[in-house]
Design a protein around this ligand. Structure first.
Ligand code: GLP
Length: 241
């Protein structure tokens, strides 16, 4: 029960209670949260109070509202470290999830000026472009558009990257020694096409990540623009002083 005799607001007590139930598995991922009416009767509080608690849990990403269906316990966010250069496949496997991709397109094209400059291309400017929806346990997490110089990776456009890792392929087949990357992260809103691929509502919050990856000789070999679902990721970094 909630305690009306302590100076902690009731909505906050309910929020804590529900958070605890989510964390200890009493309310598992995907389960339907009882209605406002049920919760207000169960805890003897007003529906307004329940609404405030649920609203905050939705904002914090612990619950999701599905139009016409109700409020559900959300999938936990991926805690993405920022210091290690890893691939999507490695990231998902290390969390016990199965990585996969829906390849939307693979084509060869003259690199746009921004990409040519990022990859340091001057004469031969053709790049292989992969457009992939990245999946974890079959659920869309991110959309990635990767550009790699054709001169360095001939025939790369013939590769089947459906359930394969690009980094593994580059290491095993092309002997690339993947060394470091320069990455920027911005906040954005998903376009309608991105939303469709990611299974989210248009104009949902997303992380826009750009990465230029370098080999051990400090040569850039990959320029990637990614759109990560804001409801599935949080970024983590250790800070020292
Ligand atoms: C991450 C990076 C991309 C990189 C990809 C490779 O998602 N943001 O820049 O291209 O990993 O992943 P994989 O080897 O699984 O194809």
């Amino acid at each position: 029960m909630l305690n009306k005799n302590i100076p902690i607001p009731l909505y906050y007590q309910l929020k804590e209670k529900l958070t605890q139930m989510i964390q200890n598995g009493e309310m598992p991922v995907g389960s339907l949260v009882p209605s406002e009416r049920e919760l207000s009767e169960r805890y003897g509080i007003s529906r307004m109070t329940v609404r405030q608690a649920l609203g905050e849990l939705v904002k914090e990403g612990l619950l999701v509202r599905e139009q016409g269906k109700g409020t559900f316990v959300a999938e936990p966010k991926i805690n993405q470290g920022l210091l290690k250069l890893t691939s999507f496949s490695e990231d998902m496997r290390s969390r016990g999830m199965e990585p996969d991709s829906r390849v939307k397109a693979i084509y060869v094209q003259e690199a746009p000026p921004m990409v040519a400059s990022a990859l340091g291309l001057s004469s031969e400017k053709r790049v292989v472009i992969f457009e992939r929806v990245r999946l974890a346990d079959n659920k869309p997490m991110a959309l990635e558009i990767s550009h790699l110089p054709l001169a360095k990776f001939p025939e790369l456009d013939k590769e089947d990257l459906h359930s394969a890792s690009l980094y593994k392929l580059l290491e095993d087949k092309y002997n690339v020694s993947i060394h470091h990357a320069r990455q920027t992260i911005e906040v954005g809103l998903s376009s309608s096409v991105e939303s469709k691929y990611l299974g989210i509502r248009s104009k949902s919050p997303v992380l826009l990540i750009e990465r230029i990856t370098f080999d051990a000789k400090d040569q850039p070999f990959e320029f990637v623009k990614s759109v990560y679902r804001g409801d599935r990721y949080k970024l983590q970094v250790e800070l020292y002083r």
